[in-house]
Design a protein around this ligand. Structure first.
Ligand SMILES: [Zn+2]
Ligand SMILES: [Zn+2]
Length: 300
């Protein structure tokens, strides 16, 4: 186990955020506005996001309700958000806070791919940009632009510095499994839907795909919006990050976001006894079983 004692920066990062001051901040916001106004809207993303919000309404049909379907949705939510996004995409792929054997690594990447939050290469790249330029103009979901921007509007537009995202993902971009998940994340979701339909009919599809996707979508993106606006701060980081208990519950521990910004490579986000961090508990269990190594954390 590697102990970290200060903030560190993601793989691929070569520069650290500069000290903010009033002039710099004002200039940053103006530049950001100009850049974003010039950025084309990603219409396929807009359309798919609208569909993502309309499709769960099918759950209002009582004929498509069943407790088994709820169980499938909850199980898949844990698999895709807990193991996939929070543990796989975020703490493993984006921050390299622990290492697991390749079959487990690829399983976690596949789980995250099925969360319906785009490809692993995009997710990791944008997240590393967020840490490198937090709350500055090159932060893709700069919280200074308001709640809705940081929550979901940001990915409706092309990110201004796509070259930077590519630069920050060189360590995973050539992995053939990552490339496969990057290329086929939508067909893989459709395949999961077909499996669920064959298994339990429309109730499994409505709850296991549509309802599960929309809850995971907003839970994860609350980390970018809520956790840069509401909650408490344990660390005086040079950003607006906060710890928020209910986002942490929804995301299996990701809501302890101020702790995370303070020591970004730590696999453990919950540092106080009340800061429940189920992803950390899972990583810790894998470490005890000898399956997770090079686990980085901060002594609480
Ligand atoms: Zn992070
Ligand atoms: Zn953040």
């Amino acid at each position: 186990m590697t102990l970290l004692t200060q903030s560190d920066y993601p793989i691929g990062a070569t520069a650290q955020p500069s000290e903010p001051d009033a002039n710099h901040e004002a200039q940053s916001i103006v530049e950001n506005n100009l850049e974003l106004e010039a950025q084309p809207i990603r219409w396929p993303v807009v359309v798919s996001t609208v569909l993502l919000h309309v499709a769960p309404l099918l759950a209002l049909n009582p004929a498509w309700f069943s407790w088994n379907a709820i169980g499938v949705a909850v199980f898949l939510y844990w698999i895709t958000i807990g193991l996939g996004i929070s543990m796989g995409f975020h703490r493993m792929a984006a921050h390299r806070s622990f290492t697991v054997p390749k079959p487990i690594e690829y399983f976690l990447v596949m789980c995250g791919t099925l969360a319906g939050q785009g490809s692993v290469l995009g997710w990791v790249g944008y997240h590393r940009m967020h840490h490198l330029y937090t709350d500055e103009s090159k932060d893709p979901h700069d919280s200074n632009r308001g709640f809705w921007w940081s929550h979901l509007s940001w990915f409706m537009h092309d990110v201004p510095d796509e070259a930077e995202r590519l630069r920050l993902t060189k360590d995973i971009a050539n992995d053939r499994f990552y490339q496969f998940c990057h290329k086929y994340h939508t067909p893989l979701q459709v395949a999961l839907g077909l499996v669920l339909y064959a298994w339990g009919g429309m109730p499994f599809v409505v709850w296991g795909i549509f309802v599960r996707l929309i809850v995971g979508f907003h839970s994860t993106f609350c980390v970018n919006s809520i956790c840069h606006m509401f909650g408490y701060r344990s660390h005086n980081t040079k950003d607006t990050s906060t710890n928020n208990w209910w986002v942490a519950l929804l995301t299996f521990g990701e809501g302890w976001h101020n702790n995370h910004h303070a020591v970004q490579s730590s696999a453990r986000f919950g540092w106080n006894w009340w800061e429940l961090d189920m992803v950390w508990m899972t990583i810790s269990l894998l470490e005890k079983l000898g399956l997770a190594t090079k686990v980085k954390t901060k002594r609480s």
